[in-house]
Design a protein around this ligand. Structure first.
Ligand SMILES: [Zn+2]
Length: 217
């Protein structure tokens, strides 16, 4: 029971953080994580600024509540698609503004910055379908393989990670990349990374354990 509470608290902390960073407005976003064979997920209508642990029900893959007394998000099926197709342990969905704006004018966000490689390279676009539908969940399934973040056209983003904090970090990174692309495109055509540059990044990242805090001695 203590672990269940701890996981719920992680989701609440991530929700508060994402709201503070401007990635989620009002109740337009949701977070989930695996918990054994079930899932913890934010409740439908929950607002990220004020969400509490009692608004994070434990549900089965069909959305039936196992523990808690509030209904899960209507976008649950989309989260299940990510769990079915990848090894993700947590999923974050936002309507973050830069990513959503680019989805209206681009077919993908090209690889413009090396940190994007942690998301899977260029950012794929999932075709538009109504929120909460099986159709949208199926479309996500087709694009998510090999990606830690994709954009839903005219809707928002869906990102995954090895835990809730990692999924939230990927959602922030995706939004940052879209913001950089937007700023650059005001001044010309953003320059894509060349294949040779990508190879160099992979080698450097392996050598330097990029992204991890390391002891100096
Ligand atoms: Zn949504």
């Amino acid at each position: 029971m203590q672990e269940l509470m701890q996981r719920r608290q992680e989701i609440v902390d991530a929700a508060h953080h994402l709201a503070q960073r401007g990635l989620v407005e009002g109740s337009a976003g949701n977070i989930s994580c695996r918990f054994g064979e079930h899932y913890l997920v934010t409740a439908t209508g929950a607002r990220f600024t004020t969400i509490t642990t009692d608004q994070v029900p434990l549900v089965d893959r069909d959305g039936n509540v196992i523990d808690g007394d509030v209904k899960p998000t209507s976008e649950m099926q989309m989260h299940i698609s990510v769990y079915d197709e990848t090894s993700a342990k947590a999923v974050v969905h936002t309507h973050s503004p830069y990513a959503t704006a680019l989805s209206l004018v681009l077919d993908e966000v090209p690889l413009i910055h090396y940190t994007q490689l942690t998301l899977g390279g260029s950012i794929k676009m999932v075709p538009y379908a109504t929120f909460g539908t099986k159709k949208l969940a199926d479309l996500v399934k087709k694009k998510i393989l090999g990606q830690k973040g994709v954009i839903l056209r005219g809707h928002g983003t869906i990102c995954s990670g090895k835990d809730v904090a990692a999924a939230a970090e990927n959602a922030e990174l995706l939004e940052w990349v879209c913001k950089v692309y937007h700023i650059a495109s005001q001044h010309g055509t953003p320059r894509e990374m060349k294949p040779g540059e990508v190879v160099g990044v992979a080698a450097a990242a392996t050598l330097k354990s990029y992204g991890t805090v390391q002891k100096s001695k």
